[in-house]
Design a protein around this ligand. Structure first.
Ligand code: SAH
Length: 362
């Protein structure tokens, strides 16, 4: 198998500095300034590696647009509102949100859109998507901490947290070990273990019962950190956050680290920089981290299917069909999109939605 440029880079890095944690490996593969997965390509859609909810159907962005307007109203229709999206991909979701929500004129003049994106390639795609919503003020930032919002905020993160680096720990011979990427005798990338007693305290925070042999504990410090930053901003400025991703809510041991190329799963140590690397999001941990920041925040967690249904996605679908006199083909497409988003055996159950609000007067 031919090696990617990034495989050679990673091997050299390991030769010089020793094995990499899974999180460091993931960070290089996804974010290397030149050869990182997100830095060099647009991974979305049929031609890419995966398809996200906003790319499946406008029904998704329409519903999130209605949710955003609802938050704006509950916040008392402030003079200015900062609408922040982390990891906006092609900008499709924000473009749909802006189309729906800016039908409320006061919202359209109050809103300042802030994108958090580190990929120059995807930033260009987002600029293009927003060029159709030219009255909306937009700005781009490489990280959430660069923003420093001055007004109430609404934060959106769809399939952002799964892309953040993850550490894995395995319980072997009564001790915790970190999973690392090293080199074997044939100079090939190989998974290995390093002692990691220090993680025990973190495991205990999330698991009441002791681990069994070969249990895997996944922990993503950057996710915790960003979730805490969201919580901090919402409790200081008032506002809301919506985190949507594939994952689970509860204590869980297991390996969810995965690699995807051209809509197919592949080995995590192959196709460095050409395959998408992600893992399932532990919503229980995100919730816990945000709660640690402030007690005044209100949390709700739902499946994507029930969240969209509660917002009225079925009625919205019927209205779109009725009002736009869709052809049979267009209607079939919209209908299959609806089912992919909400059915339990598609995205409906696997994807979770965590909404966090703080409408309290300061
Ligand atoms: N929300 C979009 C795209 C999800 S893909 C959608 O639903 O279609 C993940 C997105 O997060 C991409 O835009 C990627 O460039 C961005 N991203 C990944 N890691 C990031 C990081 N550490 N900082 C900022 N953006 C990041």
């Amino acid at each position: 198998m031919t090696q990617t440029v990034l495989t050679k880079y990673i091997k050299k890095h390991i030769e010089q500095h020793g094995p990499l944690g899974i999180d460091q490996y993931m960070n290089i593969c996804l974010c290397h300034p030149e050869h990182g997965y997100y830095m060099k390509k647009d991974p979305f859609g049929k031609e890419g590696d995966f398809t996200t909810a906003p790319e499946i159907s406008q029904l998704f962005g329409d519903m999130i647009g209605l949710w955003v307007l609802d938050q704006y109203n509950k916040l008392g229709r402030p003079e200015f509102i900062e609408l922040i999206e982390c990891g906006p991909g092609r900008g499709t979701l924000m473009s749909d949100i802006a189309r729906i929500a800016s039908q409320d004129e006061a919202f359209a003049s109050a809103v300042k859109v802030r994108f958090v994106e580190m990929s120059p390639t995807l930033k260009k795609a987002q600029e293009l998507a927003m060029s159709y919503r030219e009255t909306i003020e937009c700005a781009w930032h490489e990280s959430f901490t660069d923003i420093a919002p001055k007004h109430p905020v609404i934060i959106i993160a769809n399939e952002f947290f799964d892309a953040l680096p993850l550490k894995q720990f395995i319980f072997v011979k009564n001790k915790w070990h970190q999973r690392v990427v090293g080199l074997n005798a044939e100079n090939k990338l190989e998974l290995g273990l390093e002692p990691a007693d220090y993680i025990e305290a973190v495991v205990k925070k999330y698991h009441k019962t002791p681990p069994e042999s070969l249990n895997i504990f996944e922990y993503a410090p950057l996710r915790d950190e960003i979730a805490k930053q969201f919580a901090g901003v919402i409790s200081e400025n008032k506002g809301a956050a919506l985190i949507i991703d594939y994952g689970f809510n509860g204590a869980f041991y297991g390996d969810t680290f995965q690699a995807l190329i051209g809509h197919q799963y592949c080995k995590i140590l192959e196709h460095c920089g050409d395959a998408d690397l992600t893992s399932h999001v532990n919503f229980h941990m995100l919730h816990q981290s945000m709660k640690d920041v402030s007690d005044s925040l209100v949390f709700e967690i739902a499946t994507q299917g029930s969240f969209l249904s509660q917002l009225g996605v079925n009625i919205w679908y019927e209205k779109l069909v009725e009002n736009n006199k869709l052809s049979d083909e267009q209607q079939a497409l919209l209908s299959s999109g609806l089912h992919r988003l909400i059915d339990d055996d598609k995205m409906g159950e696997l994807f979770k939605v965590l909404s966090v609000t703080n409408y309290k007067k300061n």
